[in-house]
Ligand binder design. Structure first.
Ligand code: AMP
Length: 365
């Protein structure tokens, strides 16, 4: 049985690594002949919008999934005409457009920052008058890792921000003075069964995820229940199959939705060693109609991304409870090259181990 993955980056690679023990084979579509997932599956080198490449890729597959949300929707539909695709293309459409995403949250009753749609420069002035400063201008499409957005501290920032983002359809969001950022990962099977992982605390640096702590320290049962309720409603509204990540701002003990990703997510890498079943395995189980695995934590975990450079493996592995994942990517500033998950039985040991790991990673940077 062969599963197809659109996108051959580290997420595709970790999906394949999780599926091999289930007896699965993998085929990956990626325009880059050096794609990291090519090491663990058959790589079809082709553009995501090339019909011939898509058809060659789909040939004989059991099902197809994707590892990034900017898969052209037309490609998802072309594949879906040939083979089951999960998560559904409607989830891609929502996640590719920040306006559709925020509207989706609003219609579901999931709290999110106040926002106004922006079509032209005059809309931006009207929106600033409505929301006030500070505010965040975000392009509707192709924003990720903090790209495609600008914080406006003052109405005078509007001109340069509008020019820098290219004058494209956007939205203006109220700036949220959040206490911290969290994410929830939830998975829904073909039969509608849902399992939710514990909330994760995420810390970013220069817009890129740096550190995840799981379960999120101090997250109350009520906060977890709130996140689970919102995630369940989103999954059901989309008739979703597979893993969905929703990122949140925690402010005054409440959650505001920032964005969602219809795929396995960087803030879920800790689940490989830190949970009963990894996000990657559960995504595959869901897509193939298999029973979902437990989402409970095994002790406590911290996941540190290796960005731009990687420390010496021997030094990382000398830290107790450290699990090193290298993606076999060429080093470039700002590029995610790997991650380390630390696992421990108690928060005190985790903190000690994390201090040691952080010191050696920062020495390298
Ligand atoms: P995004 O690309 O939307 O995930 O935004 C990247 C980062 O920018 C988030 O992780 C936050 O740290 C910050 N950010 C985004 N939107 C807001 C907001 N409305 N208020 C405050 N910070 C924000």
């Amino acid at each position: 049985m062969t599963l197809g993955i659109v996108g051959g980056g580290q997420l595709g690679r970790m999906l394949a690594l999780a599926g091999l023990p289930l007896g699965l084979r993998f085929r990956v579509l990626d325009p880059d002949p050096g794609a990291p997932a090519g090491a663990v599956g058959e790589l079809i080198v082709g553009a995501y919008d090339d019909p011939a490449a898509l058809d060659r890729f789909a040939q004989g597959l059991e099902a197809v999934t994707y590892e990034f949300e900017n898969v052209p929707v037309a490609a998802a539909h072309r594949l879906a005409a040939r083979v089951p695709v999960f998560p559904p293309a409607t989830a891609l459409e929502v996640a590719q457009d920040r306006l559709a995403e925020k509207t989706f949250f609003r219609e579901l009753g999931v709290p999110a920052p106040a926002f106004v749609a922006i079509g032209d420069r005059a809309d931006l002035d009207r929106a600033l008058a409505q929301l006030g400063c500070p505010a965040v201008l975000k392009t509707r499409r192709l924003g990720y890792d903090g790209k495609g957005q600008a914080v406006l501290q003052d109405p005078a920032d509007a001109d340069p921000a509008w020019a820098r983002l290219g004058g494209v359809p956007s939205l203006l969001e109220a700036f949220v003075p959040f206490d911290r950022e969290l994410s929830v990962l939830a998975v829904r099977g073909r039969d509608g069964a849902v399992a939710v992982y514990p909330l994760v605390e995420n810390r970013h640096r220069a817009g890129i995820l740096r550190l995840s702590l799981a379960p999120a320290p101090g997250a109350s049962i009520a906060l977890q229940a709130e996140a689970e309720g919102h995630a369940r409603r989103a999954l059901e509204a989309l008739d979703y199959v597979g893993l969905l990540a929703i990122e949140w701002f925690e402010v005054g003990g409440r959650l505001l939705a920032n964005e969602m990703a219809p795929r396995v997510h960087n803030s879920g890498h800790w689940t490989i060693e830190g949970a009963e079943t990894s996000q990657f395995e559960n995504h595959i189980r869901a897509g193939l109609g298999l029973p979902l695995g437990g989402t409970g934590p095994r002790g406590v975990a911290a996941m540190l991304n290796l960005i731009g450079t990687t420390p010496a493996p021997a030094e990382v592995l000398a830290v107790p409870g450290a699990h090193l994942h290298l993606y076999d990517k060429a080093a470039r500033p700002g590029r995610k090259l790997g991650h380390v998950t630390l696992r421990a039985d108690d928060p005190g040991s985790l903190a000690t181990r994390l201090a040691r790991l952080t010191a050696l990673v920062e020495r390298q940077e």
